[in-house]
Structures are given as C-alpha cells and as structure tokens.
Write a protein that binds this ligand. Sequence first.
Ligand code: MTE
Length: 316
Amino acid sequence: MPVYRYPVPPASEITPKSVFLNRRAFMAGAAGLALAGASGTARAEEERQKLATVSSPLSTDETPNSYEDITTYNNFYEFGTGKGDPAKNAGSLTTRPWTIEVGGLVNNPGTIDIEDLLTKYTLEDRIYRHRCVEAWSMVIPWAGIPLASIIDKFDVQGSAKYVAFETLVRPEEMTGQNSTFPILPWPYVEGLRMDEAMHPLTILAVGLYGETLPNQSGAPVRLVVPWKYGFKGIKSIVKISFTEEQPPATWNMQNPREYGFYSNVNPNVDHPRWSQATERRIGGGLFASRIDTQMFNGYGDQVASLYEGMDLKKYF
Ligand code: MTE
C-alpha cells in the first residue's frame, strides 16, 4: 500500500479553539432545535452520544447554512428530480440494518456495519464548502470519518488505482427508481482515484449538525469530497470496491461532454451550458449577489499537488 503525503493546512485554515467551542455550542443548539419537532428527545440523545466527534482543523470558518436549507434543497434522484423531492419522499427509506460490502483488489474483503462505523471509528466535525455543478453552494457541518482510516482496514493491494462506490437499489422504498420514465440508470455509481480517496479531506459522512444524517442527505452514509462538485458525493452507499481501471461514474456516463470523471471545482472550466466562474450561496435570498468560485472550492493549498502536470481542461 503506497504511503500518501499531503501538505498540512495553512495556519489561516486552522480553527482557533475558542471559535470551535462557540461553533460546537451553536451546532448543539441548532441540532436540538431541529430535532425537537422531528423526533423524541431520547432518540436524539442516543444519536448525539453515538456521534461523539472530535473537531477537525480542516474545517472552514465560514458560517454554516441552516439545517433547513441543507435538508430541503437536495439532489437525490432516487427520490425524484425536484430539489424538494428528497425531503418529501426519502422518509420511506429504511436505513437499519445497513452494511457496506467492501471488495475488489483488497486482501481483507468484508463488510462494514453502520453501527460499527458510528461507534468504532473516530468521527470528526468538518464544516465544508459544498459546491454543486449547477452553480449554487452551501456550507455544511458534517460529522464524518476520514475515508483513509476505513480503507486501511481492508489492506488494499498495490495494483488498486481507483475506488468505486455504489448506492442502494431498492425500488420499493425509492420512488425515483420506480418511476414510469427512467430517470437515471441504477445504481448511482461514483469513483475516485486512490490518492483522492486517501486524502485527509475525503470523508464518509454519517452526521449533520450533530445528529445522524437525515435520509434526504444520503443516510446512513455518503461520500463528501469538498474540492469536487457535489455530484461526486454519492449517497446511501452499499458497496465500495478497489479497481485497477477507472470506474464508471453516473453523470460522466450520462453525458461525458458535460461531466468529467474528476469534476474538480474549477472556475476556469465552464459547464458547456453555463459558467462555473461564480456561485449562488443558498440562503442568501434570490437577489443576493453571486460570489466568485474558488479553484478547488478553496481547498487548493491542500489538493492542487494531486493534479500537478495534468491538463485540467482535458481532465475536467
Ligand atoms: N447520490 C445518489 N445516490 N443519487 C443522486 O441523485 N445526487 C448528487 C450527489 N449524490 C445524487 C447523489 C448530486 S447531483 C449532488 S449536487 C449531491 O448529491 C447533493 O447533495 P446534497 O443533497 O446533500 O446537497
């Protein structure tokens, strides 16, 4: 297994402890509010205990979007194509029991149980910028596990160059997989290069605002790669495999001219039908001014070296 090394985040990106503590208090309050209506306090308390997290220096200091914004404006085509459809329809998904099958080029193939993921790994609070290819963005406080720490347990073979991911197929519970007109080929699939998967910014998210993920956000476990467009963040994962060849990725297969495999946030490479130079931050109101999109979504110091020497106009 090769060893990957990364530049440490610049001091400006490391959150001072006082700021973090305030943020924790703010997040706990917001999660409490969000839960009060939706679920019993006992369940909320149980979830919070499972989601005992440590802070990550990789968080941004930007103010997170509200729980409401993050959980009512979603893309999750298994539950319909409208932004409000996942919040309306995803309640039908059963997320327990849940296992992820891990295989391909590994010496220890096996499964990961969601309960083990919540209790046996170190969960971290990560406030990340989330930039969608449709040119909107949010700031989201995830709780997640660095993917590298999960991958290490399966003893990946040296020939593995990529990681492939698959979403659940369960048409009885996923209305979009049942639709009379085909929305997408199922399962939704995605992939990363091995060094991208091992990068410390890459996490499997299991929580949001201090509670377990709501279904519309990809419960019980989804990928988050903050320097890439949101569609790389595959939701409700049931399979992870290691491959020598570049794995298929849903949007890249649907329309390779519009969606590349890498999908790094890049203000200099436009989508064929619209510019990627600016973005609309959700929650700022319809007339809020657009903000400039940053190369690699602002994570350039940490990830630019992964793509040294690559023509990012070709490998978009
Ligand atoms: N994963 C699955 N399984 N199905 C989907 O339709 N949509 C993707 C990605 N992951 C999608 C998915 C897209 S296009 C985006 S922008 C993000 O999820 C949206 O994540 P969010 O709803 O948490 O903002």
